[in-house]
Write a protein that binds this ligand. Structure first.
Ligand SMILES: [Zn+2]
Length: 543
């Protein structure tokens, strides 16, 4: 059955504590959701703040191909006639084809929050819905706190729906606003509503009891055909129902149609796009779309999934645009190595003995503090080096770096206070020795400049690699300032990203190792004739 999708990432989603979108972000997300085939995009509450009002102004310029833009607001204030209500006027001024308007279903809210009689509340709902219908809008009526209201006084809660329906609401959306309803009760209530009302019923769940997705799916099973939620489950308190998981479950497990299975293959990309704009890390363990959703670590699991993916995967990752990953760790078996070789197209290059040696080397490095789970780049380098012992892009002869405080020195780099950092690197490339000395904004920068200068004349492509993130972690802080550190550096060359790792008692040496590995990996890839498109697919989000 076709289930209509209603995304409220730009309205309810922005109520999440850490979620904040700029105007540009909101417009970009709206376009992306439209491309993805979402049916309704709720853009904000124009009556509540100037930013949302401006969004609808700007959104008039969007060329949406499929989605209907929706403005959200409350029923009229009790003291205002509907024509004179500012909030309702703003809803119309947004000029969206659809408006969603919420009203009270819970007697507690009517008496305490609004301080009006139940009869008056019914009038607010009826007036507002019929006024908006009279202005040609498709109206989604959000029955706020419907399930709590039903539990408190079912007859009253049902009457609010009746009034909205009579006034012409196109969708009656049942909201579990406080997120406290559990699935069996929710399904019972939806079934009761379904038996009383024909037409489109909707569901809007919050995740306070951690069952928002389950509630939404059960509501669909009970006859709802309009589902509301947010990408990545963003939203107030514990979030809204996660639309990513809802869509995947409806399409792949329950046999319904939402955006269609072909489009669903863009789900992971959509989820990451929205997380990127929200500037929030996408939870690795997020179902369907997270980086760990199809990641295998234990040796037994890895060898099993290589034989048959279904042994430890509930769906094929490609169906939602994700991919299988094999993690390197203390639990690694030979299967993990085999998987990586296959993924890199280097299967033929390593015999059994070489594979065992590589595994041994990895285990020793892990014991020293290396962590390959995040640093797939360093692992890839080890694999490539083992596969091509004949490749030696360069050899470091020596390096040196010094930072000194020189008050009042002229010629120092701007913004660097009074310190000056100078590095010196000497390396052998083939039969030639290259040496370079440079100043930088600190040791990593100075060393980076020297390395690139030495390499650039021989390998011009190296210049496009740039550092995007840098993290230092103390391993076993018991040693105080003597402790070993692990430095993780993330890199990008515009087409893809990867991370390398260095471990040492000296933070500069650890950084140096990660730095050299990143450049060496880039050169190994080039020497290996790695096609650019494959690398883009495999590494674009691997870190
Ligand atoms: Zn909500």
């Amino acid at each position: 059955m076709k289930i209509f999708t209603f995304d409220t990432t730009l309205r309810d989603g922005t109520q999440g504590e850490s979620v904040s979108f700029s105007m540009e972000d909101k417009l970009l997300i709206a376009e992306k959701l439209d491309e993805f085939g979402i049916d309704y995009i709720e853009g904000g509450w124009p009556g509540s703040n100037p930013k949302d009002k401006e969004f609808f102004e700007r959104a008039k310029g969007l060329q949406l191909k499929h989605a209907k833009l929706t403005a959200f607001g409350a029923t009229r204030f009790a003291r205002n006639a509907v024509e004179a209500d500012q909030n309702v006027a703003e809803l119309l001024a947004a000029e969206t084809p659809v408006v969603s308007v919420f009203g009270k279903s819970w007697d507690l809210h009517v008496a305490r929050a609004l301080g009006i009689t139940e009869e008056e509340n019914l009038q607010l709902i009826g007036d507002t819905v019929s006024y908006l219908k009279g202005h040609g809008r498709e109206v989604v009526y959000d029955a706020e706190h419907f399930f709590d209201g039903y539990n408190a006084d079912a007859a009253f809660a049902l009457r609010t729906l009746e009034v909205a329906k009579k006034a012409g609401a196109d969708v009656l959306c049942l909201c579990d606003t406080n997120g406290g309803t559990l699935p069996p009760r929710l399904a019972e209530i939806v079934a009761d509503v379904r038996s009383r009302f024909d037409g489109v019923l909707g569901i809007h769940c919050h995740n306070d009891s951690d069952v928002a997705i389950a509630n939404t799916l059960l509501a669909v099973e009970a006859g709802v055909t309009h589902v509301q939620g947010c990408i990545n489950g963003y939203g107030e308190r514990c979030g809204n129902a996660n639309l990513c998981s809802i869509l995947a479950n409806l399409e792949l497990k329950l046999g319904h149609t939402t955006v269609g299975q072909e489009t669903l293959k863009q789900l992971t990309s959509l989820s990451r796009f929205v997380a990127e704009l929200a500037n929030l890390p996408l939870r690795h363990d997020q179902s369907f779309v997270g980086a760990s959703a199809f990641a295998h670590k234990g040796g037994v699991h890895v060898s099993a999934v290589m034989k048959h993916a279904a042994t430890y995967e509930h769906i094929e990752p490609e169906l939602v645009g994700n991919r299988q990953r094999v993690l390197l760790s203390d639990l690694s078996g030979r299967g993990n190595i085999a998987f990586k070789l296959q993924q890199l197209g280097l299967k033929e290059h390593l015999d059994d003995v070489a594979r065992r040696e590589l595994l041994q080397r990895i285990k020793i490095m892990e014991h020293e503090g290396y962590d390959f789970e995040a640093a797939e780049g360093t692992f890839e380098l080890l694999v490539r080096e083992a596969a091509h012992p004949e490749f030696h892009p360069f050899e470091i002869v020596s390096y040196e770096v010094a930072t000194r405080l020189e008050s009042g020195v002229s010629g120092k780099l701007p913004g660097n206070d009074d310190t000056v950092t100078t590095a010196n690197v000497t390396m052998r490339v083939g039969d030639n020795v290259h040496s370079h000395r440079a100043n930088g904004h600190g040791p990593v920068h100075a060393l980076d400049i020297c390395l690139r200068q030495c390499l650039a004349s021989v390998y011009p492509a190296i210049t496009s690699v740039r550092l995007t993130d840098y993290k230092v972690r103390v391993l076993g802080a018991k040693g105080g300032t003597e402790s070993k550190v692990r430095v993780l550096v993330e890199w990008s060359d515009h087409r893809r990203s990867w991370a390398t790792v260095g471990v040492s008692n000296n933070v500069i040496d650890a950084s140096w190792r990660a730095l050299v590995d990143a450049l060496r990996l880039e050169l190994m890839r080039l020497l290996d004739g790695e096609p650019a498109d494959r690398m883009t697919r495999d590494y674009s989000w691997a870190v």
